[in-house]
Design a protein around this ligand. Structure first.
Ligand code: NAD
Length: 260
């Protein structure tokens, strides 16, 4: 029996088989959880439905987290299908691609608002609706990156959004703790995904992350998935409001010792 046997969870943010959310889904499925998914737009539906089916999940519903109406409709369907849930995984971020290269200084008001709304506020919007149908002992999890606490070239407004997201984790943990619900983030090292490909010079970032890490390599989607499964399980019952680094130890070091 897996350590998530009998648990029901919603995983938001699968776009394809490279998505971090898909690594989380595979690990949670392996540990016995029953899962539901969202997709953003019809073109991604074609990718997400077969992935969900491959692990025996048939709850795959549309959700653009920028819309309160879609959030209400999605979580109403979750309640209809699952009744109460035990965990929520939020693995969603978006910024205008032009913001992920060059100078942070040039970020417009509109681009700042979009990045913060989709990448940070959306976790609050999902958490409120999920908490209303969550069993005591439940857990929520989101995905962050080191750019929240360090100035990383090209990460720019997304770093500001991740800083807000990590603060949201702490305030949500404070609000939901009395209900027995835990809220955490994983700060993952760079992994080649659709979202990551929007970041300027991502190939360089990957190489630097490996060279500067304690393990001298990049992390995998599977390693983030395994940590996520642990954090949403009862094994992590004493952990809340935390940002857990799954980055092969990069953040404790002095950075990249080598050349670019
Ligand atoms: P991905 O492109 O596979 O996933 C991003 C997801 O966000 C996609 O499924 C996309 O559909 C969804 N999304 C964007 N806007 C949305 C909206 N308005 N409504 C609903 N969904 C929306 O890329 P990923 O790398 O797996 O990203 C997942 C999370 O992990 C993000 O929060 C990202 O910032 C974070 N992260 C990624 C890395 C990395 O190097 N890949 C490192 C640390 C943290």
């Amino acid at each position: 029996m897996g350590f998530l046997a009998g648990k029901k969870g919603i995983i938001l943010g699968v776009a394809n088989d490279k998505s971090i959310a898909w690594g989380v889904a595979r690990a949670c499925h392996r540990e016995g959880a029953k899962l539901g998914f969202n997709y953003l737009g019809e073109s991604l539906k074609k990718r997400v439905v077969p992935l969900a089916e491959s692990i025996g999940a048939d709850f795959v519903e549309p959700l653009d987290v920028g819309s309160d109406a879609e959030l209400d409709a999605f979580f109403a369907k979750v309640e209809q299908r699952f009744g109460k849930i035990d965990f929520l995984v939020h693995s969603i971020a978006y910024a205008n691609k032009d913001n992920l290269k060059g100078r942070f200084l040039d970020t417009t008001r509109e681009d700042f608002r979009t990045a913060l709304e989709i990448s940070a506020y959306s976790f609050v919007a999902c958490a409120r609706r999920a908490a209303a149908i969550m069993n005591p002992g439940g857990a929520m999890l989101t995905m962050s990156y080191l750019g929240a606490v360090r100035a990383v070239p090209n990460y720019n407004v997304m770093g500001v959004a991740k800083a807000a997201l990590e603060a949201c984790v702490r305030y949500l943990a404070q609000d939901l703790g009395p209900e027995g619900i835990r809220v955490n983030a994983i700060s993952a090292g760079p992994i080649r995904t659709l979202a990551a490909s929007a970041i300027g010079d991502f190939r360089k970032l990957l190489a630097k992350a490996a060279r500067g890490s304690m393990l001298k390599r990049n992390v995998t989607q599977e390693e983030v998935g395994d940590t996520a499964a642990f954090l949403v399980s009862d094994l992590a019952s004493g952990i809340t409001g935390e940002v857990v680094y799954v980055d092969a130890g990069f953040h404790i070091g002095a950075g990249d010792p080598g050349e670019d």
